[in-house]
Write a protein that binds this ligand. Sequence first.
Ligand SMILES: Cc1cc2nc3c(=O)[nH]c(=O)nc-3n(C[C@H](O)[C@H](O)[C@H](O)COP(=O)(O)OP(=O)(O)OC[C@H]3O[C@@H](n4cnc5c(N)ncnc54)[C@H](O)[C@@H]3O)c2cc1C
Length: 457
Amino acid sequence: MTLPYRTLDRTWDVIVAGGGTAGAVAGIAAARTGARVLVVEAQGSLGGTGTNAWVTPLMRNVSAGENLNRGLTDEIKARLLRQGDGARDGHGNDNWFNPEGLKFVLDDLLHESGGEVLFHTHVVAPLMDGGKVQALVVHNKGGLQALQAEAFIDATGDADLARLAGAPVTGGDEDGLHQAMSLRFTLAGVDTGRLMAFLQEHGQGQDSADFLHFWMVWGRNSSLEPLFRRAVSQGVLLERDGDYFQAFSVPGRPGELSFNCPRIRADLNDGADPWQLSAAQVDGRQAIRRLVAFCRAFLPGCEDAFLGVVAPMVGIRETRRIVGEYTLTLPDILDCARFPDSVCRNHYPVDIHSVKGGATLLHERDGEAPYFARDQYHEIPYRCLIPQGVSNLLVPGRAASSSFEAQSSIRVQQNCHTMGEAAGIAAAWAAREHGGAVGAVDVSALQAEMRARGGLV
Ligand SMILES: Cc1cc2nc3c(=O)[nH]c(=O)nc-3n(C[C@H](O)[C@H](O)[C@H](O)COP(=O)(O)OP(=O)(O)OC[C@H]3O[C@@H](n4cnc5c(N)ncnc54)[C@H](O)[C@@H]3O)c2cc1C
């Protein structure tokens, strides 16, 4: 079948498929080299999981007291703070942010750097010339259009483009099961002072009513477990609603809490399956209705609270991962492996939200010494972003080449920023100097450029 597409006359140096956590940063970084950059995004705003799936705050990635993700991550945080959409807590943690505010910051940064964006546009298929992507056929209100560039970045999170270009991909654990999805939401109109007092009484210590964080997972000694038990026995909650429950304050939104739940039904774990994704949206909304009722009835300070936001996107932790030039593994993480072509440093632990039950936050090796000493980290090589068999494509973000366990560690937002920044610069250079060939980029020059932009590599 030939697609009835129209090829646009305009061309770009770099096209980024997916303007999410990694893709928005990749677009900004590439445009700052002077490249002509287009970001193609399915939703109506940049930021992906960090904005449209409402995933906040940024997980900490600190070694020896220093945040390992710098460069554009620092600039994003500084702008969020200036706008009143970011905050630094009493421990110096500046990872708290408002997802709605982040959308504005990313718009500004992309446009100031000279990059362009095409919203409400889906990547449909690449047009290939052997192992090289020549153009992307996209779909939007203009119909099917082919957009040409020299180099491409697949930041769809699901390796959509890499897979369609013929690159090998994998996904899931040893049984092919993916991490659980979650549909995040907010509860507004909360009396956070009263809620804080209640949480303190129940052994969930809080520093301030502006930086609340509380949680309950069955069998993990949460002081809130008896409350959940009662709610299940009264039919307010289902048993599965206690598989993972967690809430955080959001800067710039007084009286509002963002929930890192509900977890979607275990049989709906493949976010790259459109039917499962649609069913997940409905399943999540039903669970949100139960959780809101629970909070209003059981948590002091929430009696008059109301549903604020239901995230437009289901939060997807893991679907497809490319099988790249190098695949990061669990031993690499446990051994704090270093690589000559490192583009990112990570100290965030293995963190698996398994649909087989519970959540694994692995801080120890074989139950003994911590694999991450306080001043340790492992590195992510550039080769993890290079898919096999496609010469002018890079894949930063949660679909980078890694095993199931390793992906659960490197997938946090700040690492996606840094991988995106590396991919953006590299793709722009590949377009300018090597006919798009990303494997020909001088990685030590890339590292030097990342350092010049404030990065730690
Ligand atoms: C529920 C949940 C909780 C999490 N908790 C935290 C946390 O507390 N802190 C933290 O730091 N990290 C957390 N993470 C991890 C982190 O948020 C994600 O791993 C990360 O944001 C993924 O970034 P990405 O750029 O790879 O993908 P995304 O940010 O998902 O970006 C992909 C983008 O591509 C677009 N797209 C997809 N397909 C197409 C297509 N075909 N055409 C055009 N556009 C397309 C999407 O609309 C999206 O904008 C969490 C993740 C989830 C799901």
